[in-house]
Design a protein. Structure first.
Lengths: 190, 160
């Protein structure tokens, strides 16, 4: 119906992580994905052989934006009330992931996070089926996750990875996309 | 008309595991394994045991959504009332141990019930365990209850 809202559910998403390799051929600090791929071209397989299995553990994956702003307060005068002026700053982002703990898998997500704690990594967060848009890519600071928990129950953990700068996001679906880079460039295709 | 898909589902697998636990329980109290049935028996000879129809419902175990299957596991007995209750005490204790030994199972309840086995309006004293297992977890990839279609089980590294 014409007035119905556009609802989109994730049914076959992607969530991949890989450590930044500064020794990679042609490496540049501007890379937002392994081998210099973009939000449009990056796929789960680019993030290494262990990455494709991560999404089987992930129950929730979200890029959370936090507004940053400064306020300058001006006191009241004899002829005007007090006021406050806001000065915007760039939002900060975190990659928040909920997942089933998989300590029993030597190449699982728990193992990856623990082994690469404090290292810089690339992330891919795909909401469309089979690595199709909408997708977000960027760099995060990897931190270790939980180990252990309650017995005889399915255990979940959660991590909140700080994103370096602003991620690149491609909105839309295959065949009609808008790429918005962290530097502010907007590209529509077609 | 196409042939039905014959591959076992997660419900089939759990039913078989529950039957295995029932066999151990019946034998532990001195009853023959032949009295244990995968499905409600057409002709009942007490004492008898079977796995009944499951109920599927949404669950949120550990904060992660999914679907859980709850199976009624039934054991019906005969004899004098005092003997029935005494035997069912044994069945309940050993049944709990054997069912929890199946693994990845939650015992919701175990308690008495009266089941009309013959359809003649004469109910028989029985014990019913309600056991639950999460059969479908909601993750970024779409899982299924039919293992042949489960992408997780097809992954080369998953479940190692």
């Amino acid at each position: 119906m014409a007035n119905d809202p556009a609802i989109f559910q994730i049914t076959d998403g992607a969530c991949a992580l890989a450590v930044v390799n500064k020794a990679a051929s042609g490496y540049a600090d501007s890379w937002v994905a392994p081998t210099g791929k973009t939000a449009l071209t990056a796929v789960t397989a680019d993030y290494g052989t262990d990455a494709p299995a991560f999404r089987f553990q992930v129950t929730s994956a979200k890029l959370t934006a936090s507004k940053q702003s400064n306020r300058t307060d001006r006191p009241a005068t004899f002829c005007s009330p007090a006021s406050s002026t806001v000065s915007p700053s760039s939002s900060t982002y975190t990659l928040d992931v909920g997942y089933f703990l998989d300590e029993h898998m030597r190449a699982g997500l728990a193992s990856f996070l623990y082994a690469n704690d404090t290292l810089e990594g690339y992330f891919l967060l795909g909401l469309g089926d089979a690595d199709t848009p909408p997708k977000a890519v960027g760099r995060v600071l990897i931190t270790a996750g939980d180990f252990g928990g309650d017995p005889q129950t399915n255990r979940t953990g959660s991590i909140s990875l700080d994103v370096r700068g602003k991620p690149d996001i491609v909105f839309g679906r295959t065949g009609s996309t808008r790429l918005v880079t962290g530097t502010g460039t907007i590209t529509n295709a077609p | 008309m196409t042939a039905p898909i014959d591959s076992p589902t997660k419900l089939d697998q759990l039913r078989a595991e529950l039957r295995g636990a029932l066999v151990k329980t019946m034998e532990a109290v001195g009853w023959p394994a032949e009295r244990v049935h995968l499905f409600p028996p057409r002709q009942t000879v007490t004492p008898t045991a079977w796995v009944d129809v499951p109920t599927l419902a949404q669950t949120n175990m550990g904060g992660a959504p999914g679907i859980a299957a709850t199976f009624p596991v039934c054991i019906a007995v005969d004899g004098l009332a005092a003997d029935q209750v005494a035997k069912l005490d044994q069945v309940m204790a050993r049944g709990v141990d054997n069912l929890l030994g199946v693994g990845d199972l939650t015992l919701l309840t175990a308690g008495p019930d009266w089941i009309d086995l013959t359809g003649m309006g004469a109910p028989t004293r029985a014990l019913v365990f309600q056991v639950q297992r999460v059969v479908l977890l909601r993750t970024l990839c779409t899982g299924t209850i039919t293992p042949s279609n489960d992408p997780a089980e097809g992954s080369p590294t998953h479940g190692e």
